[in-house]
Design a protein around this ligand. Structure first.
Ligand code: BDR
Ligand code: CA
Length: 313
């Protein structure tokens, strides 16, 4: 498989952390050019700190981490401490990061990196609100040609909403940014709740992480243990949904996912359904397809891959 060069745009978040670890554990398939942070699950200061803690957990203090936008384009920030805890990364006790945060703003880093790269060569992997990506596209529309694809976690169709009855968190936090990204013309792969709610860390899967008996394995077990209480209480599900790792797993094993090329539009006006991903799954409009919207995965294959890769760190 052709190795991808990626920028991870993230708001860690326990599931963001696992997504980053999976990418860093997979150097044959993925070259992580840099990690850009955005405000989302917790404010920017914490997401920029958490991303560095995760890099250090993976033994990769050489990764360049950038802080980006501290609020959505047109509205106040909504955070999710009720899911991820006060730090955003509650669960394991990880040391404060020693590695530096880069001076450059994440949006400038994205623009500079894409302009320096050949056309169609870089994959963007947003795991949080799309503020950094949309700001880069607004400021430098020429970068779109340099993006190979955007593989993102966000939205929902059959599962509808997790932060409101109609909207998924990442899209709801910055619907305006999401609208810009979905209208960008760049090839997009979407990991909505429809698939991520099938990537559940059941007790045996958590035990498999812990049984790695490494700092990474134990930390991931502790993260998912903390993170699961929200979904168990809310949905009665069997464990924590690994939303964001679906993005990095797709880069390695697209064959274990299935979906449809469809039109996806973002609701940016309605108070009631703000941030809804209106996905034409059944093809009832003639609006052109702008995204591969994933609906299913082979969960056992996903967890086998994840556990094997985490064991390499
Ligand atoms: C998304 O929101 C965040 O809470 C998670 O990190 C994930 O990116 C799920 O709705
Ligand atoms: Ca996230």
């Amino acid at each position: 498989m052709e190795k991808r060069s990626i920028i991870i745009d993230t708001d860690p978040g326990q599931d963001d952390a696992v997504a980053i670890l999976l990418a860093l554990a997979s150097p044959d398939e993925i070259d992580v050019l840099g990690i850009t942070c955005v405000a989302g699950n917790v404010p920017l200061e914490l997401t920029a700190k958490n991303a560095r803690m995760v890099c250090e957990l993976a033994g990769r203090s050489d990764i360049a981490v950038y802080a980006g936008c501290d609020r959505p384009l047109g509205r106040d920030l909504v955070t999710a401490e009720h899911v991820h805890g006060k730090t955003g990364l509650d669960g394991p006790k990880l040391p404060d990061p020693g590695m530096p945060l880069q001076d450059l703003h994440a949006v400038d880093y994205i623009i500079d990196t894409l302009r320096a790269a050949s056309k169609g060569s870089v994959t963007l992997c947003p795991l949080g609100p799309l503020t950094n990506i949309a700001t880069a596209l607004l400021r430098a529309p020429d970068i779109a040609d340099h993006v190979r694809e955007i593989v993102l976690m966000g939205g929902a169709y059959f599962e509808v909403g997790n932060i409101t009855p109609a909207a998924e968190f990442n899209i709801y936090v910055d619907p305006q940014a999401a609208d810009i990204v979905f209208k960008s013309g760049i090839p997009i792969v979407v990991m909505p709740l429809d698939v991520t709610h099938k990537a559940l860390v059941t007790a045996p899967r958590n035990q498999a992480f812990r049984a790695l008996n490494t700092p990474v394995g134990v930390a991931v077990a502790q993260m998912t243990e903390f993170f699961e209480r929200f979904d168990k209480e809310k949905y009665g599900s069997a464990g924590a949904p690994l939303h964001d790792p679906c993005v990095t797993a797709w880069l390695i094993r697209p064959d274990i996912f299935s979906g449809r090329h469809i039109n996806v539009e973002i609701e940016t006006q309605s108070e009631l359904t703000l941030g809804m991903t209106v996905a034409d799954w059944w093809g009832v409009t003639d609006r052109p397809a702008n995204a591969l919207f994933i609906g299913d995965l082979d969960a056992d294959a996903f967890f086998a891959l994840l556990t094997e890769r985490l064991g390499r760190l």
